[in-house]
Design a protein around this ligand. Structure first.
Ligand code: BJW
Length: 232
């Protein structure tokens, strides 16, 4: 199925970081099995109880900082270098807010749901690096307003980098989804778009995702095994 793809679109989700010790959202033990996303991951939740929401993300940021990339993250970074050396490219689009792809050495990572390691000022819109807890009041390093929020995309908000993602989907010749449940849009719709263009699609997951039927092929198992094997 791989043939000679030169422009691979990879979509990753929480499953790729599971073996690094970071929790997923919807499978067994997942965050949204224990916690209500409507009280933690919406703009309304942040308006109603900012301390609770900041606490949730402070905890997640600390966990991400303590985690290490695993073999799946590293295999993607190596594949990006190898493809680039052959004149192709690997477009890495992640729904994850951790920085494990970057720390594994991936040259470019598109975080469509934002990042834990940056903060956004709701007053001036600037984005600044943030590796320590966000507290209130916490001043924006650019405008000084006490208006920092986690730079993540909550339900009802517009995902980031959609133009770049569209362009990459339009030129890809292979689409691969890794460790994502296919439950959240627009990311869950990308496989359908790839199929409509007639390019091969494959999912690498521990178990069939919600949209498994939309893929031509699948390999099931832990990402630390399936991703290096798939890209070898
Ligand atoms: C392993 C493994 C191992 C485990 N190895 N695998 C169309 C239809 C219906 C609804 C909508 C729609 N379009 C939009 C919506 C509304 C909404 C939505 O999708 N709702 C659904 C729940 C129905 N979408 C939005 O609101 C989005 N915005 C939007 O649509 O704006 C309008 C617009 C967009 C575009 C064009 C025009 C208009 C925003 C969504 C924001 C999602 N935010 C979160 C939180 C981010 C910050 C944070 O991290 O806290 O993003 S929610 C959460 O879900 C997080 C994730 O990125 C996202 C996806 O989760 P993911 O990664 O798939 O994780 P899981 O847990 O679901 O799955 C893990 C998988 O790994 C499982 O399959 C396991 O089997 C597997 N696995 N261990 C390999 N070792």
């Amino acid at each position: 199925m791989l043939g000679q793809p030169r422009r691979i679109f990879i979509l990753t989700g929480a499953g790729i970081s599971a073996e690094s010790g970071l929790g997923t959202f919807r499978d067994r033990g997942g965050l949204w099995r224990r916690l209500d996303p409507m009280t933690l991951a919406t703009p309304e939740a942040f308006a109603a109880d900012p301390d609770l929401v900041l606490d949730f993300y402070n905890h997640r940021r600390r966990a991400a900082l303590a985690a290490e990339p695993n073999a799946a993250h590293r295999a993607l970074a190596r594949a990006a270098d190898a493809l680039a050396a052959r004149g192709g490219d690997l477009f890495l689009c992640t729904q994850n807010v951790d920085d494990l792809h970057e720390r594994a050495g991936s040259p470019e990572v598109v975080h469509m749901h934002g990042e834990l390691m940056t903060a956004r000022c709701v007053a001036c819109g600037s984005i600044s690096e943030r590796r320590s807890d966000l507290l209130r009041p916490d001043a924006c390093p650019h405008c000084g307003a006490a208006a920092l929020r986690p730079d993540v995309v909550w339900f009802g908000e517009m995902p980031k980098h959609l133009d770049r993602i569209e362009a990459a989907l339009a030129r890809a010749d292979l689409f691969v989804a890794v460790g994502t449940s296919g439950a959240v849009y627009p990311a869950a719709g990308y496989v359908g778009r790839a199929r409509a263009r007639g390019i091969p699609t494959c999912e690498l997951n521990l178990a069939p995702s919600d949209n498994a039927d939309a893929f031509d092929a699948a390999r099931y198992g832990p990402a630390s095994e399936t991703v290096p094997a798939f890209l070898a």
